[in-house]
Write a protein that binds this ligand. Sequence first.
Ligand code: NPQ
Ligand code: MG
Length: 389
Amino acid sequence: MAPPATPESTPPGVAQTGAGPRVEAVELVRIAIPLVAPFRTSFGVQTDRDVLLVHLLGEAGEGWGECVAMVEPGYSSEYTEAAEQLIGLYLLPRLLARERVTAAELGGVLASVRGHRMAKAALEMAWLDLELRVAGRSLAEYLGAVRAEVDCGVSVGITDTTEELLETVAGYLGEGYRRIKLKIEPGLDIERVRAVRERFGPEVLLQVDANAAYTLEDAEHLARLDEFGLVLIEQPLPEEQLLGHAKLARRLATPICLDESILSATVAAEAIEMGACSIVNIKPGRVGGYLEARRIHDVCAALGVPVWCGGMLETGIGRAANLALAALPGFTLPGDTSASDRYFHEDITAPFVLEAGRLRVPTGAGLGVEVRRDVIDRMTTRRSVVRPG
Ligand code: NPQ
Ligand code: MG
């Protein structure tokens, strides 16, 4: 039996309930999955997905979690190697010092570690999967899902030519995607959007994502997007610039949606109150997990702000969880919850397949997916096991 938690390992405000799964080992698995095509954004090009998986082995079952951090700190300051190191050095020691921790308690236990939300979210996902599998409940039901399937959009990377972009968008529309998001950067923006609008017409739900590539000096330039009737412009300015986004919002007709800036429900509430955004992209990994993601959903719903579920090129594990979240009532815009084949020829779960522009929300216990261990083993680049004590 594990020793009782010492006062040092018990942060204030976190009660030991004696509930939650008992975790006997934690396997950290790094896999490399080739992308079907290079994905270019304003911060770089990716050709492979380097994913950290968390595999919990409990007395009553197993649980899987996926870390959304990228191999390099280009989207945010987090990156895969750091997440893996942090989990081993600082997160698992705090969690495994207790005999049992529930997923709901995990945030409190890890609160003494600042930031590193993607690393924490990966553990929370694994804990939720294990706990809900044991309880025989689906993540969707646990979170409060109201839909059995969700409308799907697709994120289109920056292409070398406009012709290539038009072909790519035509392909996705042909597959049935209900919303198109174009990645943009300075100089590859206005004319690209104009070309897509002219070719596919005013009915297509169209939006753009800058991944923080602009400055407030670009306000006049970005206002040229107003004529195209975009659903939104996502994260035009750097993560820290909430006031900048509020100033920009007053100069654009296109609604501003924040992604990178929204690190918590508190930031979401403050950003909305100051007028920095009128739509929120919710990515559980970016905000520390599905429970904080649900709090953001609740805050936005209370303020009448639409939300949608972002994507981080998740494998079937993270994709399943995203679909559960996207089934909540406030998710009124199609998300980046694309089919598995948008990114991968081969996935580590059964692939999610688009049906009339929608994906089905998993109903099985936990995340509701069966992990293909043989595929993971083939893709594994590194593996370690951590045990309590
Ligand atoms: C976004 N995602 O909304 C992100 C950014 C992004 C679907 O556009 C490897 C891993 C490459 C994660 C490229 C989409 C990535 C990545 C882009 C995330 O801003
Ligand atoms: Mg984004």
